[in-house]
Write a protein that binds this ligand. Structure first.
Ligand SMILES: [Zn+2]
Length: 192
């Protein structure tokens, strides 16, 4: 399934902010541009225009956020939070943003987009040897025999490591090889 199909399914073919079903497009709010469903949101052209235009946001349109801000999907929370934050002159929007609860990571993502500086955030994206973004839950293949220090075995080239965990260090992932949880360098891994 491609991203578009997956997004349409997730969003019930409706704009994930205002529920309109016309002129839907896939948008990546950034700054991380993984090109994945998790970093993308389905928007109608009105919402997209509002988001990307330099003009002051239209407060009336964004009343829809009082529903969509409770979305279970982080990317929708991120966009809703940013828009509400930008509606500084609307007290209802500021009230809503205070009611929102974002996980630390999601909040960091939301704030990163406000500053408009991609460079610092780009570095925490974990990538495999070909630059494909790795996320927790992904499966990878080891591309080189690796001596696992401390564990006393070699992680063989071609080994499939399922359900990896991605942490703060973009050079390492955690995964289970031979029944042992070990750290693996991402430059020796390929997304499966
Ligand atoms: Zn919309």
């Amino acid at each position: 399934m491609d991203i578009k199909t997956e997004l349409f399914t997730r969003a019930n073919s409706q704009c994930e902010l205002c529920s309109s079903d016309t002129n839907l497009v896939v948008h990546e709010p950034g700054p991380a541009s993984g090109g994945t469903v998790a970093t993308s949101i389905l928007l109608c052209s009105t919402c997209l225009e509002q988001l990307t235009s330099c003009e002051a946001p239209n407060g009336n349109h964004w009343h829809c956020l009082k529903d969509s801000m409770w979305s279970e999907f982080p990317v929708v929370q991120v966009v809703a939070w940013r828009v509400l934050k930008s509606l500084v002159t609307h007290s209802w929007a500021q009230d809503l943003v205070e009611q929102m609860y974002l996980d630390d990571e999601v909040l960091k993502w939301a704030q990163a987009g406000l500053v408009g500086d991609n460079s610092s955030d780009e570095s925490v994206v974990t990538k495999d040897c070909h630059g494909a973004v790795l996320q927790t839950g992904d499966a990878v293949i080891i591309i080189k025999d690796l001596d696992v220090k401390g564990a006393g075995f070699t992680a063989k080239r071609g080994t499939l490591v399922k359900n990896i965990s991605v942490g703060d260090n973009p050079d390492l992932i955690e995964g289970r090889v031979n029944g042992t949880k070990i750290y693996l360098k991402t430059c020796f891994l390929k997304r499966a």
